[in-house]
Design a protein around this ligand. Structure first.
Ligand code: FMN
Length: 209
């Protein structure tokens, strides 16, 4: 018999409680750089989820309240941060669109994660990744670094990633992805992620004995 720790049982029951809530897909824009390419790609990904009848919420790190960057926030979160923390907690699944900065994720994305409620924010949370970069690696390392963090936090990692290298060549003058094969890859990822979330719900209600 496996002994369960009461703490993980509490997390499990809160995960079950979340299953009662309506399905909420959340897309996180993983940078706060004004006018970022990431926000443009995220907007197009949002359209794909709309078309699949799962209209997502967009969570934009460029909208973070400045008070959250006060070092006192490690102890007490400003009230203005509550909508961000709650949006993550209440999401059925999190799609993270992130750029490559210095061979990794943007510092603000890691800081955002550090500001969220621990440990419940990512416990058994389905997470999906889209990486993009100016260079040839398409944020491969950035996504891998992020996977380590989400693995540590017991998230469910959707295995189909999309990497978008040389992003500026992939966008048209209005900032939209112009290659239909790439858009189709993102559409397939979105459809697969929706199925993944449904499948993971069953896992939540039937944990290993
Ligand atoms: C601080 C910073 C660091 C960056 N580091 C890299 C990098 O390591 N590799 C790369 O291919 N592109 C790098 N870039 C370029 C971004 O990948 C590029 O700006 C792309 O458009 C995605 O970022 P954005 O969403 O901020 O526009 C960097 C950009 C910034 C602002």
């Amino acid at each position: 018999m496996v002994r369960r720790n009461p703490h993980s049982l509490a997390l499990l029951s809160s995960a079950r409680a979340l299953d009662m809530l309506p399905f909420v897909m959340t897309i996180l824009i993983g940078t706060n750089r004004p006018g970022s390419t990431t926000s443009k790609v995220a907007a197009q990904v949002s359209e794909l989820y709309h078309a699949l009848n799962h209209p997502p919420k967009l969570l934009d790190l460029a909208q973070l309240p400045p008070e959250i960057f006060d070092p006192a926030s490690y102890d007490a979160k400003p009230r203005s941060f509550t909508p961000f923390a709650e949006a993550v907690l209440k999401s059925s699944g999190l799609v993270i669109v992130l750029p490559e900065y210095n061979g990794s994720m943007p510092g603000v994305l890691k800081y955002f994660i550090d500001m969220l409620k621990f440990p419940e924010s990512f416990e058994r949370k389905p997470v999906c990744f889209i990486g993009l970069s100016a260079g040839m690696w398409g944020a491969l390392r950035a996504v891998e670094h992020l996977q380590l963090i989400f693995g540590y936090r017991n998230a469910y990692l959707f295995p189909e990633h999309v990497f978008l290298p040389k992003i500026h060549e992939l966008l048209d003058e209005s900032g939209r992805l112009k290659d239909t094969a790439i858009v189709q890859r993102l559409r397939n990822q979105a459809a697969g992620f929706i199925e993944f979330i449904e499948a993971m719900k069953t896992t939540k209600t039937n944990p290993p004995a």
